[in-house]
Ligand binder design. Structure first.
Ligand code: SF4
Ligand code: SF4
Ligand code: SF4
Length: 735
């Protein structure tokens, strides 16, 4: 390898990873490897892939980010081919359909006045003449109307298209069939599996890098979605077409029905679950609107099958394409709004209001997308993906939890035999890296947003000056990116590059060439980017990019996890520090009082009433009445509806106090945490019946060693990230 790669360094961790992967492929079994940053896992799996190909096997290599795919094809695989010449590598990067130019839609767009008058469209036409691949990544800058001319399932005519033999998308698929190392992204991998689309050839080995994203990619591929822009876009095309006038006029009715369906969701700014907005009647109303729209779309699709007498080839293609789109839209509404099956969540994603307004065409109902998402995808992934080959390699820098790979296996339904390993980073972080967390910027929730952006802009300017540019500024929202771009562009001398201005690979190229540039990016640049040496000296992030805990999918997954033990009283448990203090004082006071009073009564009885004398009878009756009736009866039972089913255990039961002390000092059971994975969803605290704020412990990576913890394990069961673990182990080493 060092012969072909001058900067190659021997890394023990890399060799170990490569050996494990090679071993797994040789034995045709799975391999799950968490390889820390700097292990060099790309070459660690590419070398075994090359040896597999040398044996005549076909390999599919899937990544999440387009950056990593490009790096593989342009840099890493050529090095590998040189280093292992006995492997006859025929690599091919196959992208999703919408990355390729559709020649037919380009013709249609060229005939439309809207596009013809756009100067950037002239550049597209010139590029379309030259391009061999039709891949939009070749474009020097992003074309805002790319969707209109991209290959799309809903408009593709397939074998009936006059360009079928020279179609860029189908040419790419044919090239993939002839390759023996096909690089794809997770979305395409799952689309191929979910639709039995036959996009990929038969393969013997599946390698999944950035595998921590596979669950989300699989969920997205299995989700049925309809954007509120789709029907209006179809109506636009219908109105501009040369079809029967009576059919063209039906677009007005379609627009009204569509407006009627979506307008009930047009008052929010955040994604939401439909059941949070609509009661039973509301859902029935929505289904009725969907059914009427679906019927009308199906009728239009049918009417569009009638040819006009003087129709030429172009008009026929457009009419048939419209009919196909109307039919697919009708099917989509029917599937999306059908009665929900168990484990599906119906939800709506909402674009920000400015984006919705600027995109609005005929009305303000843009930017809303209805989704039907299956929550339990494990079985589907097992049937669709793992059934294809036992030789599956999954790797990433963050894959395992405190319980090893069991969480990943469970979420993805992967139960095959597999070699498992967690391999740490070879980097010496304390000497090679510096982490800086400014503490003078108050949280955005405590600051007006413009002031917050001003404050982080000042901090970024300082950092950029210190590193002479050579920095990535990464944001979790487009709004933050654009606000900071506006503030920085007149304040720093370095070249500034912004995601969206050019395709990602072009952006990286100009960044590298600049030598002292600053790149502002969103999700695309958070991972899978390879910039070597000093060219990237600082990475500044505005927030930790956690999944939003109250997003409809995260919430629905959490609720699904907790459904089995769904006791509404649990959620009433007070988790505050004050409640904990009261609880400790009360339960231990009760224990002390009961031990003392019981000992007194017992001694009194033993010595024939000499201790309490004539008060003996009154004392034992009073004790029985207060403890038996008032305390355990009224507090223990009567307060259940107000304070939850465990109110007695928490505040009154002396036995609970004894068990708690045993739990704290002697029990083998305890909840351990791996806080690095915690997304602060709060499920654990919500569902802990003993009122323990488990999240507090998880965030600090501390084990739960509380007298009140009864070791029930519910917190571990409801944690969506596998952070918590109910351990049965020796008591040594507790804090
Ligand atoms: S085959 Fe489909 S994607 Fe290709 S040019 Fe024709 S319509 Fe477009
Ligand atoms: S094991 Fe049970 S009692 Fe202990 S923290 Fe978890 S949920 Fe609470
Ligand atoms: S430990 Fe788990 S359940 Fe608790 S807050 Fe963190 S992710 Fe949520």
């Amino acid at each position: 390898m060092s012969r072909c790669l001058p900067i190659y360094e021997y890394r023990e961790e890399q060799i170990r990873s490569a050996e494990l992967i090679h071993d797994a492929i040789r034995r045709r079994q799975g391999c799950l490897i968490e390889a820390g940053t700097g292990v060099g896992k790309t070459l660690a799996y590419l070398a075994p892939i090359a040896f597999a190909i040398a044996e005549g096997l076909v390999v599919v290599l899937s990544t999440y980010t387009i950056n990593l795919q490009t790096q593989l094809i342009e840099k890493d695989i050529p090095i590998l081919a040189e280093a292992i010449p006995e492997a006859p590598l025929r690599p091919f990067l196959l992208k999703g359909r919408s990355n390729y130019l559709c020649k037919l839609d380009l013709d249609h767009a060229a005939a439309d006045l809207i596009h013809a008058s756009d100067p950037q469209f002239s550049e597209i036409l010139a590029w379309a003449q030259r391009t061999q691949t039709g891949d939009m990544a070749e474009l020097p800058r992003t074309y805002p109307h790319w969707h209109d001319i991209a290959a799309k399932e809903e408009t593709c005519r397939g074998k009936d298209c006059r360009y079928f033999n020279s179609c860029h998308y189908y040419a790419a698929r044919r090239a993939a069939l002839a390759a023996n190392l096909i690089v794809v992204n997770h979305a395409l991998l799952m689309t191929d599996a979910a639709q039995s689309a036959g996009i990929l050839p038969h393969y013997d080995v599946l390698v999944i890098d950035e595998a921590h994203h596979l669950e989300d990619a699989a969920t997205a591929a299995l989700t049925l979605s309809i954007d509120s822009a789709e029907v209006p876009a179809f109506c636009d095309r219908l109105e501009r077409s040369a079809v029967r006038p009576d059919v063209r006029l039906r677009s007005r009715g379609l627009r009204d029905l569509h407006h009627d369906l979506f307008e009930r969701f047009d008052d929010g700014n955040y994604d939401f679950t439909l059941s949070d907005r609509l009661d039973h009647e509301g859902m029935d109303g929505l289904r009725l609107s969907g059914a009427v729209l679906q019927t009308e779309l199906a009728a239009v699709a049918n009417d569009l099958t009638d040819a006009l007498p003087d129709e030429d080839d172009t008009a026929r293609e457009r009419r048939e394409g419209l009919s196909q789109t109307a039919g697919l839209l009708a099917d989509a509404f029917s599937g999306l709004l059908a009665e929900p099956s168990d484990g599906d969540v119906l939800w709506c994603s909402v674009a920000s209001r400015p984006a919705r307004k600027s995109n609005a065409a005929a009305n303000d109902l843009q930017g809303l997308t209805l989704h039907r998402t299956p929550l339990a995808i494990a079985r589907c992934v097992a049937d669709l993906l793992w059934s294809r080959t036992p030789a599956v390699v999954m790797t990433s820098a963050t894959l395992a939890t405190s319980e090893g790979f069991s969480y990943l296996r469970q979420r993805l339904g992967f139960d095959g035999a597999a070699i498992e390993a967690v391999i740490g980073s070879p980097f010496d972080y304390p000497t090679q890296a510096l982490l800086y967390i400014p503490n003078q910027i108050s949280e955005p929730s405590r600051n007006p947003l413009p002031a917050y952006y001003d404050a982080i802009a000042e901090e970024m300017i300082r950092l950029i000056a210190l590193t002479s540019g050579r920095a990535f500024l990464l944001f979790t929202s487009r709004k933050a990116l654009s606000e900071l771009y506006t503030r920085l562009r007149s304040r720093i001398p370095n070249p500034l590059f912004r995601q969206g201005d050019r395709p990602p690979q072009k952006l990286l190229q100009v960044y590298r060439e600049s030598g002292n540039g600053v790149l502002l990016g969103n999700q695309t640049f958070w991972e899978g980017v390879d910039i070597q040496g000093d060219a990237l000296s600082a990475v500044v992030i505005d927030r930790i990019p956690f999944a939003v805990p109250d997003s409809p999918i995260t919430r629905a997954r959490s609720e699904e996890l907790t459904r089995a033990g769904g006791d509404p009283f649990r959620q009433l448990s007070n988790k505050s520090l004050g409640a904990w203090r009261v609880e400790r004082v009360m339960v231990h006071s009760v224990l002390v009082a009961i031990v003392l009073v019981t000992a007194l009564l017992w001694l009194n009885s033993l010595w024939g009433g000499q201790v309490l004398g004539r008060y003996s009878k009154v004392a034992s009756q009073t004790y029985g009445f207060y403890i038996g009736m008032i305390f355990s009866g009224v507090v223990g039972v009567g307060f259940y509806p107000l304070l939850g089913t465990r109110v007695w255990c928490r505040f009154g039961c002396p036995m609970a106090a004894v068990l708690g002390l045993i739990q704290k000092y002697f029990s083998r059971f305890r909840i351990t945490t791996n806080g690095g994975q915690c997304i602060s969803c709060g499920n654990c605290s919500t569902y802990c019946e003993m009122g323990i704020d488990v999240r507090w412990y998880a965030q600090r990576e501390q084990n739960v060693v509380r007298a009140s913890c009864v070791g029930c394990g519910i917190c571990a069961a409801v944690c969506p990230r596998g952070v918590l673990r109910l351990e049965n182990g020796p008591t040594g080493g507790r804090t």
